[in-house]
Design a protein around this ligand. Sequence first.
Ligand code: TRP
Length: 328
Amino acid sequence: MKKRVLTGYRPTGQLHLGHLHGNLNSMLELQDKYECFFFIADWHALTTNYADTDKLLQYVDEMVLDWLAIGLDPNKCAIYRQSDMMEIAELALYFSMLTPIAWLERNPTYKEQLNELKAKEIATHGFIGYPVLQAADILSVHADFVPVGEDQLPHLELSREIARRFNHFYGKYLKEPKALLSHTKRLPGIDGRKMSKSYGNAIYLNDEPETIAKKVMKMITDPEKIRKNDPGHPEICSVFALHKLYSPEQAEDIAARCRSGELGCVADKGDLAEKICSSLKPYQKRRLELARDPDTVKKVLAGGAAKAHPLISETLHQVRRLIKIERD
Ligand code: TRP
């Protein structure tokens, strides 16, 4: 029996290289090794974007198309939409009854985001309950593993605590999931900070080659390498950080030629831009083909729901019995 893996993604717009190297590539490997549940967390998108939902449905569709174009295979994994599983909302409701508020208030992600997103009114019930809903996602399919970056570890720990507390009151039923720590590399964006949509420094998977070239040309390199033949320090250069991903075999040679002053930044960036474009080409081609059939997304989500729903529905049946909301 294969172990079960679950992960979700909020549909908040276009995917960029940070997503690709952070999670998506590892999802591709996971689908061959585990029984995978990959879902679109549209309810979670509402926690911060509840006031601005015009694009929500479009973003869900785009995320499905992006996933397929990257190579996620609906025959290997279950790709579904959170809001198609009403039982998840019900499970979150039961969890909300037994989750102490103090557990949620001490969650570091919550405190951080409250600070960062000051402009939005996110001190809401839904937002502080984000990890409760996430626990329902995870525990509803009895996931063994959840692939997470370090920033998501506190959320996963809360899921484990909620499972334990449920089991303590109602009998041992829910499985405590384990983290599958991704070897996530923090990908630098064009300004050297972490690549992120909100920083406006991202290279998107659907960017045109010319756009990619322009963005790469703007990238920050070694500030001490002013003229072409100045010796550079690749270890602090964002362009080099990307070279390590896009031309791992040539990285050492590139570093040596940068250090010696033989390789100038403009030529180096041109080379990188070309490599990024050619690696995205098959994805972009497939993405266009997939979008041509307006039923693609519908079919995939229906197929994913058909796989996930019986399992989730059975979980809720058991949960209701254990809580004694329903007769045996
Ligand atoms: N919290 C995740 C994010 O911010 C999305 C998410 C929702 C998730 N439910 C999940 C991830 C369950 C893993 C497991 O992107």
